[in-house]
Design a binder for this molecule. Structure first.
Ligand code: NAP
Length: 478
């Protein structure tokens, strides 16, 4: 099988390393093989750890301004090649061009934001109230970081970790998702060009993921594990991280509620719900999963959302007229179909979509379900696909209770023109993030992250860099 892709080997110490063991990466639109990718083993992990450890010593000693300028160049270079990266993202993940371009832009922005943060690792000095000693607080690079990323954002979930780690002064080893390793590999020549030293950033695709990551988490040089993915894998990694008491950053699953009050601006609520549901065709931890609409406006809301959803064009994401690409693989598509079948069996009505199309590609059409019952599986689990599941409510306390009734706590969305009520509701929602009259919360400048089983720590904002730093306090007298 001939690979059409340029970068398909392991990236260790600034060099491409081939392996005899390889695995296929497929195009979800055509089900054809895109590339045969090298699979890292334990010896490769050791080589990457050696490289990152050696490179980090010099990198951590550089001035914040030097680190900042390398990151700034990475932003400039990536921004100049957004179409190239968007195309790669579409090929391996399936998402439509508009989603892929949005992701590439978002991914590049982490380099710009953390170029700006690299020079702002502020400390503090104060007088101890009783002893009179000075309390001096500073932040230092935490050490080597192992970064594990999911397939739904092949570029952005990586840059959201690489950029703050480099800003903080850390070296990294990235294990990209096996479904989508190509975008991250293709980013490496760009980082070299930006001035990232050899060995500081290493990429290890692997089909022996569990053993490989576990080995790295038990290397004494590793101090941070930063993971984005499912809650189940996050729980395993937290257990693995316990042995060396690593600093964990966990961005895990979600079950986002959307609450539309009867005083919402209907245009804003429809637009926001479309964005919260259909950005990345629903394959996002932030995707609207349960849509609670006040009974008095439910009919109009459902009709307008159905009109918008059924107007979206489904197809191969490389076609610029397409709005919705295929899901990433057959399992994800089948899971979405199962959620719909289960909801319908429990009384939901299909307003549009709901049928898997014939032919190649892992397509599922934009679908609206109304009258979804509280015991439907999609109310309790992430749908991770283009299905809007609508329920109704009558009372504010009741909807807050239902919205909070989940083990997840990543993001919630609220639509209301009564700001006093809206802010009261936002504060009562047990979520790390709330979109108020907005369907999008992701922003490199904001602390992204969840409560409860949606995770630990924050990415982006000022907090994102602190995840890769240790606080040191010096008690001094003079
Ligand atoms: P996943 O199955 O948890 O995989 C994520 C990553 O973990 C992949 O690189 C995977 O490698 C790796 N992995 C799997 N088993 C592992 C193990 N035993 N030890 C170490 N690493 C392991 O998740 P996914 O299906 O790719 O992504 C979907 C999930 O991610 C959803 O639940 C979604 O909500 C969540 N997500 C969360 C956020 C957030 O910021 N909170 C953002 C995006 C996605 P392989 O590919 O080789 O198996």
């Amino acid at each position: 099988m001939g690979s059409k892709m340029e970068f398909t080997d392991l990236y260790i110490n600034g060099e491409w390393r081939s392996t005899s063991d390889r695995f296929d990466v497929n195009n979800p639109a055509t089900e054809e093989v895109l590339a045969s990718v090298a699979s890292a083993d334990i010896a490769d992990a050791d080589a990457a750890l050696d490289a990152a450890d050696a490179a980090m010593k010099d990198w951590a000693a550089r001035t914040p301004r030097e680190r900042s300028e390398v990151l700034r160049r990475a932003w400039e270079l990536m921004t100049a090649r957004l179409d190239h990266f968007a195309h790669l993202i579409t090929l391996e993940n399936g998402k439509a061009g508009v989603d892929a371009k949005g992701e590439a832009t978002y991914a590049a922005e982490f380099f710009r934001w953390f170029a700006e943060e690299a020079v702002r690792a502020d400390g503090m000095i104060t007088h101890a109230p009783a002893s009179g000693a000075r309390i001096m607080v500073q932040h230092k690079p935490a050490g080597l970081a192992v970064l594990i990323t999911p397939w739904n954002y092949p570029a952005a979930m990586g840059t959201r970790k690489i950029a703050p780690a480099l800003a903080a002064g850390c070296g990294v080893i990235i294990k990209p998702a096996s479904e989508t390793p190509l975008t991250m590999l293709a980013l490496m020549p760009l980082l070299e060009q930006a001035g990232v030293p050899k060995g500081l950033v290493n990429v290890l695709p692997s089909r022996r993921t569990g053993a490989l990551v576990d080995h790295m988490l038990h290397d004494p040089r590793v101090r941070v594990v930063s993971f984005t993915g499912s809650t189940g894998v996050g729980q395993k990694l937290l257990k693995g991280a316990a042995d060396q008491v690593l600093k964990p950053a966990m961005e895990l699953g979600g079950n986002a509620p959307v609450v539309v009050f009867d005083d919402a601006d209907m245009d804003v609520a429809i637009e926001g719900t479309m964005l919260a549901k259909m950005r990345n065709l629903g394959e996002a931890c932030t995707a609207a999963n349960r849509i609670y609409v006040h009974e008095d406006i439910a009919e109009e809301f459902t009709k307008r959302l159905t009109d918008r959803m059924s107007a979206l064009k489904l197809g191969d994401g490389t076609d610029p007229s397409v709005d919705v690409g295929p899901l990433v693989n057959a399992d994800t598509r089948d899971k979405v179909a199962d959620f719909v079948a289960d909801a319908v069996a429990k009384g939901a009505s299909v307003e549009c979509g709901g049928t898997v199309p014939e032919g190649k590609g892992f397509y599922y059409p934009p679908t609206v379900l109304s009258n979804v019952s509280e015991d439907a599986d999609c109310v309790h689990d992430e749908i991770f696909g283009p299905v809007a599941a609508i329920q109704t409510f009558t009372d504010q306390d009741e909807v807050v209770r239902r919205a909070n009734d989940t083990e997840y706590g990543l993001v919630a969305y609220v639509f209301s023109e009564d700001f006093k009520r809206a802010l009261q509701v936002c504060e009562r929602l047990e979520y790390g993030m709330v979109g108020l009259n907005r369907g999008l919360v992701s922003d490199p400048a904001a602390p992204f992250g969840g409560t409860k089983q949606s995770g630990l720590g924050r990415e982006g904002g000022h907090e994102g860099m602190l995840e890769f730093m240790e606080t040191q306090y010096i008690s001094a007298s003079w």
